[in-house]
Design a protein around this ligand. Structure first.
Ligand code: AMP
Length: 486
């Protein structure tokens, strides 16, 4: 199998774009998928985000679209010829940006439509004519119904993160969208798992697909150093400071299970002098993108986020991911730590484990098929326990956080966000309005902006995912001897 782009005979404008991106050799999914997609065959691909999957489908797709490239200004000469469907706005935005980069030296036009944003600018773009349309299903249907998007000339459809789309409850929307497409087309389906539902979807909509599998969904990248620290709830923030310091880590994602916990932790860390932003479902799309941009530019060091942000965010070279809370679903662990160690870079994933997390850790251990050793944090001798030294205001144990955290743990189950389906605001937080608002459990399920078709399904998916706790015997009985965090 060739691994150099130069062996692919990519059209010059695409080869130039790839060279400008600095890609030297193909990733495994690219080496396997590109030649197949170039032949026009349907593909069923299993690959995690971060494997170079977007280029794996978009480069060959663009190459084929180039056959009928034209520079006409007439919208009619630029019908939608390729449709890429994704479950979330962030993913759609990110994939659209990548496609625009790969296509930048061509005359092919692309745009993205997703919910939570004004339809008008999207409509204007669609009316100009675009060959490549990237979309989330709900908003695409809105545009189809408004006759802004016409799909009867689509030659390629990509169902990306298909498992996630089904999880969210997009199946009826997908079926409707696919019913508008010509039968004669190439269909590419990418999914983290090949569950029976995915196989059923594939057998209904793909013709004689080639299956490509580069990484099983429970595999974590080998470039990620995974560490699990046994630490009390009260010491978790201090542990973050300690590990950032001893590892010399500058930027990190910190994952929290609930929106409330996210806003509070971000605010606390900000107060302690760390440049922090929160990314959770009560932030507007605009604020979330701003927070991401600020992180990418290095203006923000810590991005505290819920699982809404866990999948597909294309932020390269995050040196560290912290799980401030052990995720409720082991699969989310894999997705969370996928933010680091991407495309060959090394990274560290630190999970802070408190005594009530035994079952969740056992679930992760089972999924990743690796024995998890719990370590103790090696605290700096000169830094008093419970005190954080590098903030504008030192935080003392008992100050406010322990009370917050214990209630947070209880509330987490009610307030945690439906997976990948809720969107709101995001911005660097100094005073986070979410935090200022009184906590009202009844109100937390109605964020300002997310696709209505997702709402019910996502809510039931969440309740379905909350499994009863079962006892796990020995995990915490004999913690491994302390080792350094560094
Ligand atoms: P993806 O899995 O498509 O989200 O890609 C993850 C990241 O890898 C993106 O930032 C891409 O720009 C980058 N990438 C994709 N293909 C390559 C490649 N062949 N060499 C280096 N980086 C790549």
């Amino acid at each position: 199998m060739t691994s150099s782009f130069s062996n692919l005979s990519l059209a010059e404008p695409l080869a130039r774009a790839v060279a400008e991106m600095g890609y030297e050799s193909m990733t495994p999914i690219q080496a396997q998928a590109i030649p197949v997609v170039l032949t026009g065959r349907d593909v069923m691909g299993a690959a995690q985000t971060g494997t170079g999957k977007t280029a794996a489908f978009s480069l060959p797709l663009l190459q084929r679209l180039l056959k009928h490239e034209n520079s006409s200004t007439s919208p009619a000469r630029h019908p939608v010829r390729a449709l890429v469907l994704l479950p979330t706005r962030e993913l759609a935005d990110q994939v659209a940006q990548q496609i625009a980069l790969y296509a930048k030296h061509t005359k092919l036009r692309s745009t993205v439509v997703f919910g939570g944003m004004d339809m008008k600018p999207q409509t204007l773009e669609l009316k100009k004519g675009v060959e490549v349309l990237v979309a989330t299903p709900g908003r695409l249907l809105d545009h189809i119904e408004a006759k802004n998007a016409v799909l009867n000339q689509v030659e390629y459809v990509v169902l990306d993160e298909a498992d996630r789309m089904l999880d969210i409850g997009f199946l009826p929307d997908l079926q409707r969208i696919l019913s508008y497409l010509p039968k004669q087309r190439t269909t590419l389906l990418f999914s983290a798992t090949f569950s029976p539902e995915i196989k059923r979807l594939a057998s209904s909509y793909l013709q004689d697909p080639i299956t490509i599998e580069v990484a099983r969904p429970n595999e974590t990248a080998s470039t990620v150093e995974q560490r699990f620290f046994s630490v009390s709830d009260d010491d978790k923030r201090r542990a973050i400071h300690q590990i950032l310091r001893t590892r010399g880590v500058k930027q990190a994602f910190i994952f929290v299970n609930s929106k409330l916990g996210c806003a509070r932790l971000a605010r606390s860390l900000e107060r302690e002098g760390l440049k922090t932003a929160a990314l959770h479902g009560d932030k507007s799309q605009d604020e979330r993108l701003k927070a991401l941009d600020a992180f990418k530019r290095g203006e923000v060091d810590l991005l505290v986020c819920t699982d809404v942000a866990a999948r597909g965010l294309d932020i390269k070279d995050v040196p560290a991911v912290f799980n401030f809370d052990v995720p409720f679903n082991a699969e989310d662990y894999v997705h969370r730590i996928g933010r680091t160690g991407r495309a060959g870079a090394s990274g560290i994933a630190v999970t802070l484990v408190s005594s009530s997390d035994a079952r969740l850790v056992a679930d992760i251990e089972k999924l990743i098929k690796k024995k998890i050793d719990l370590e103790a944090v090696e605290w700096d001798e000169d830094r008093p326990r419970g005190r954080i030294n590098d903030g504008r205001r030192a935080w003392r144990e008992g100050d406010e956080a322990p009370r917050e955290r214990s209630s947070e743990r209880r509330e987490g189950r009610e307030t945690r966000e439906p997976r990948e389906s809720r969107y709101g605001r995001s911005a660097p937080v100094s005073r986070d309005p979410f935090f200022e608002r009184p906590y009202e459990p009844g109100n937390t399920e109605t964020p300002p902006a997310w696709e209505p078709s997702v709402r019910t399904a996502a809510r039931s998916a969440v309740s379905a995912n909350i499994k009863p706790r079962r006892k796990v015997a020995a995990l915490f009985k004999s913690p491994t001897p302390p080792t350094t965090a560094g």
